[in-house]
Design a binder for this molecule. Structure first.
Ligand code: PHE
Length: 446
């Protein structure tokens, strides 16, 4: 790569940018949706367990690999294990990145449309049934969602063009605190709705009978997706780290922030479903119906709704940016393209590849794989299969090829006497490969 590699300006900037990558549609849209589909508290309990055993340790792993390699996702592997074929894992991650960002931009495009719609006041005054109907009309329309998707990709490309510190770091510092404030206000509102308590109970009470391998597979998929793991996003952000950074501590903070926001969202959406009698069957659009329903019970619904969907669009952008950055860093480093050419070309490809997904809610709705429409299928395959597979490969690489001893030396540069080092190595070398592999294989068979 030409010149010196960029580094984060400040610790807080790095943490917020990484939290920006982690927090996005995965927390606000995907988490409540999967919780509803997988039976409430049982799923939540599993999710939390996997966060501790797999999620946070893997954030540490990816940040460490990134900082040690100071390269893009592909050449990190060839630098840390020269003359091997492990770079192949990086290529695999790149493919996953591509699928995810393509369908991600579709949902994010809905958020953009909802922002514009909120400003125009088209949701005000509608009840849950009316909102469900309007949602169906909007997302099945052949033109409107495509525009939303295009606008979203445009801004994502723009931020990546502005670079790591000038674009990504700067915007995350504004968005992340803002979104927390809005969510807290919404939380206050849902919890005071009549009938909300039942929802809270459903959210937290683990019906152990509902836990099975499929729930486990979904929970693993959700943790990977929400923590941006398994596709090099965190690894790439780690490559911009200074040696002084305390990786375990940052990983912990990032995990807590991400889980905190997911739980907040669950506590906003699910009690509201109960209170407004919304059918959970709405599927992926659930959040786009529940939230406007809550806004309509507040004074100034137009204001709240616009503000929320604006924030949601930006939270999605900070995640999409981290995905695009993985690809851009690779093309810039390996192929010697300019940042601009790389970002724009990727933007166009993502748009085109996302088209079948946008249209799958309308004109292409009868194209179905394994009982899922194209959008749902892209999400399912990438989150439940590709992410865990590349996560597994990354763990094996770190634990057995590059070695956790070298990793611990790298970690200790910024975190002398990493207290949990032994436990972490053990998780990486033994527990994780077996656990991920087991869940994965039984999940496929089931
Ligand atoms: N973690 C992001 C979210 O929760 C999505 C994402 C996945 C971003 C993978 C980057 C890499 O919305």
């Amino acid at each position: 790569m030409s010149g010196k590699r960029e580094q984060w300006n400040s610790r807080i900037g790095f943490i917020l940018a990484t939290v920006g990558s982690a927090v996005g549609l995965g927390n606000v849209w995907r988490f409540p949706t999967v919780v509803v589909q997988s039976g409430g508290g049982a799923f939540v309990a599993l999710f939390l367990l996997i966060v501790v055993v797999v999620g946070v340790p893997l954030i540490i792993a990816e940040l460490t690999l990134g900082r040690a390699g100071k390269q893009n996702i592909v050449s990190t592997f060839s630098r840390l294990a020269p003359n091997t074929r492990w770079w192949f894992v990086g290529l695999f991650s790149l493919v996953t990145v591509f699928i995810i960002i393509s369908f991600y931009s579709v949902i994010a495009g809905w958020a953009v449309i909802y922002f514009v719609g909120s400003v125009m006041g088209i949701f005000t005054g509608l009840d849950a049934a009316g909102l469900t109907q309007l949602n169906q009309q909007l997302i099945s329309n052949p033109v409107i969602p495509v525009l939303g998707q295009a606008v979203f990709i445009f801004f994502t490309v723009l931020i990546v063009l502005l670079g790591v510190t000038g674009g990504i770091e700067r915007i995350s510092k504004i968005i992340m605190p803002g979104i927390v404030v809005i969510l807290l206000i919404l939380l206050g509102r849902t919890l005071s709705l009549e009938g909300a308590v039942e929802g809270v109970i459903w959210f937290f009470r683990p019906e152990l009978g509902l836990i099975n391998v499929n729930t486990a597979l979904d929970a693993v998929g959700q943790v990977f997706f929400s923590f941006s793991l398994g596709m090099g996003a965190i690894l790439t952000y780690g490559s911009y780290l200074t040696d002084e950074e305390n990786i375990p501590q940052s990983a912990f903070l990032i995990g807590v922030a991400d889980v905190g926001i997911a739980i907040l969202m669950g506590l906003i959406v699910i009690p509201a479903l109960f209170a407004f009698n919304i059918e959970p069957g709405v599927g992926p659009a659930i959040v786009f119906v529940t939230l406007p329903a809550i806004f309509n019970t507040l004074p100034w619904p137009v204001f709240w709704s616009s503000l929320f969907f604006l924030m949601l669009s930006f939270a999605a952008i900070t995640s999409a940016v981290s995905l695009l950055e993985v690809a851009a860093a690779y093309i810039v480093d390996q192929r010697g393209w300019s940042r601009k050419a790389a970002a724009i070309t990727m933007g166009v490809l993502i748009f085109v590849f996302g088209l079948p997904a946008v249209l799958s809610q309308g004109v292409l709705s009868n194209v179905v794989f394994l009982g899922r429409d194209i959008l749902d299928f892209m999400d399912f395959v990438s989150s439940s299969f590709f992410l865990p597979i590349s996560g597994l490969l990354i763990v094996i690489f770190l634990g057995w090829v590059w070695s956790t001893d070298k990793a611990l030396l790298e970690i200790e540069k910024g975190s002398p006497g990493f207290y949990w080092g032994r436990a972490w190595s053990f998780l990486i070398r033994f527990v994780m490969p077996i656990a991920i592999f087991y869940i994965f294989i039984t999940g496929i068979r089931g």
